[in-house]
Design a protein around this ligand. Structure first.
Ligand code: HSE
Length: 454
């Protein structure tokens, strides 16, 4: 049974309302965009945060390589060595905001070894090394909190892990990369060029150190891996996520999608099926009237469909200094509240009890099912449409609608745009191979998956 080691909030306050219990000391590793935001929010809202946590939260040390001009850190001890924070006997909670996999992993494991709780915004670290980190944390009886790792300021980890814990989750679908969504929005609304928008996202501090993580879907796959684990109670399996980026998207497809009543979003989808779990990130056509299709700019949104609650939608800033800091600080408050409770009575890292994780497999993309948008560039000859239709029907692929545009002046080709019903990816792969082999079809067939999300 749980046994409290320290009195709770009420007994932490004196008669004049001041907190009499010593503040919890935290160390911030990394004073970049998120680290700077975390420091500032902790200073600015110190009183409000202490009223919630039941104790003050004091930044006792900062590890940083260079000063952050947005932060007034005078009086706070500084080091250039993150491992000093992990071993500092004064510090109760290490906040890992350095990013990356290698030093961050060593830092977090060292902090845990030294009995520190950890708060991190590092989705790559959790997605790739989370199983190892959580096992070590359980061994040492410490908490590793990671709300800021997914969807910036949206408390979606807490919502799925706690708020929706009555449900069998059917699927999760989200716009979970702010940079990618910002780029797609600017391209669609203002016709801006890809590199230009990406440079702006970098300047605003949205993009990863390596922006290919954003535009190739790796960052979204890290986040989706985490969401799938806490939604379905499976170990983290980033290596099995299917990832497709937005770099190949053309304005033509964005416009044809609009004409058909859809928006193209870079979506992460995790779906539980009888055969296994789909875990995939790719550009996706979504009906334009869905709320999630209208999530623009750096905003993120995650839809969760559970058997009891039905669909819920969580929306907010997916990146940026203070939105992400909001989640880091919320985790700090949770850790402060829970650090005096017995480890076995805490919310499990991955939502499900660690000895109850499921071995339901992650499906390869060929075994996933979705509807498709196809764009075929064909010569303007009689019978091409009939050939296309017969290739699809021979494979049991049901066409939902066809749009044939006028001949394009520059190449004399006719763009044919098709929407299909849901079909297994492998079957669509076979159909595309056959379509591309037709004499009258020129170049590759463009394929974009379609999700109705209803
Ligand atoms: N690069 C990420 C994004 C930052 O653009 O969403 C937040 O994880």
């Amino acid at each position: 049974m749980g046994r409290r080691l320290l009195p709770r909030t009420a007994s932490c306050r004196s008669f004049n309302g001041e907190f009499t219990v010593k503040p919890v000391k935290v160390g911030i590793c990394g004073l970049g965009t998120v680290g700077g935001g975390t420091f500032n929010v902790l200073q600015r809202n110190a009183e409000e945060i202490a009223r919630r946590a039941g104790r003050g939260i004091e930044v006792a040390q900062i590890a940083m390589r260079s000063p952050n001009p947005n932060c007034q850190i005078t009086g706070t001890p500084i080091t250039a060595d993150v491992f000093e924070v992990a071993t500092n006997p004064e510090i109760d909670i290490v906040i890992e905001l350095i990013g990356g996999y290698t030093i961050a992993r060593e830092l977090v494991l060292k902090a845990i070894d030294n009995g520190k709780h950890v708060v991190t915004a590092n989705k790559a670290l959790i997605a790739v090394h989370g199983n190892e980190i959580f096992a070590k944390a359980r061994e040492k009886g410490v908490i590793v909190a990671f709300e800021a790792a997914v969807a910036g300021g949206i408390p979606v980890i807490k919502a799925i892990r706690e708020g929706l814990s009555a449900n069998r989750i059917n699927w999760v679908a989200g716009i979970i990369n702010g940079t990618g969504n910002f780029i797609l929005t600017e391209m669609r609304e203002k016709g801006r060029a890809f590199p230009d928008v990406l440079a702006e996202a970098q300047a605003l501090g949205y993009a990863e150190a390596d922006p290919t993580f954003d535009v190739e879907g790796i960052d979204a796959a890290h986040k989706l891996t985490i969401l799938a684990s806490i939604a379905f109670g499976i170990p983290l399996q980033f290596d099995k996520a299917y990832t497709e980026g937005i770099t190949q998207l053309t304005t033509a497809d964005v416009n044809y999608a609009e004409a058909l009543g859809y928006r193209i979003k870079h979506l992460g989808v995790a779906r539980s099926t009888a055969n296994g779990i789909e875990l995939r990130v790719h550009p996706t056509l979504i009906p334009a009237d869905r709320l999630i299709a209208n999530v623009n700019g750096v905003m993120n949104a995650v839809m969760v469909n559970g058997d009891a609650a039905g669909s819920t939608l969580f929306y907010g800033a997916g990146a940026g200094m203070e939105p992400t800091a909001s989640s880091v600080v919320a985790d700090l408050v949770d850790v402060v509240r829970a650090m005096t409770s017995d480890p076995e009575n805490r919310v499990p890292h991955l939502a499900f009890q660690p000895d109850s994780l499921s071995a339901h497999p992650i499906l390869p993309i060929e075994a996933c099912e979705s509807a498709y948008y196809l764009r075929i560039q064909a010569k303007d000859h009689p019978g091409v449409l009939a050939q296309v239709a017969s290739i699809l029907s021979e494979r049991g692929i049901n066409i939902e609608s066809i749009m044939q545009k006028e001949v394009e002046e520059q190449d004399g080709l006719v763009p044919m745009i098709l929407l299909t019903h849901r079909v297994l990816e492998q079957r669509m792969n076979d159909a595309i191979t056959a379509l591309e082999a037709l004499q009258d079809v020129v170049g590759n067939v463009v394929r974009i998956r379609v999700e109705q999300l209803n």
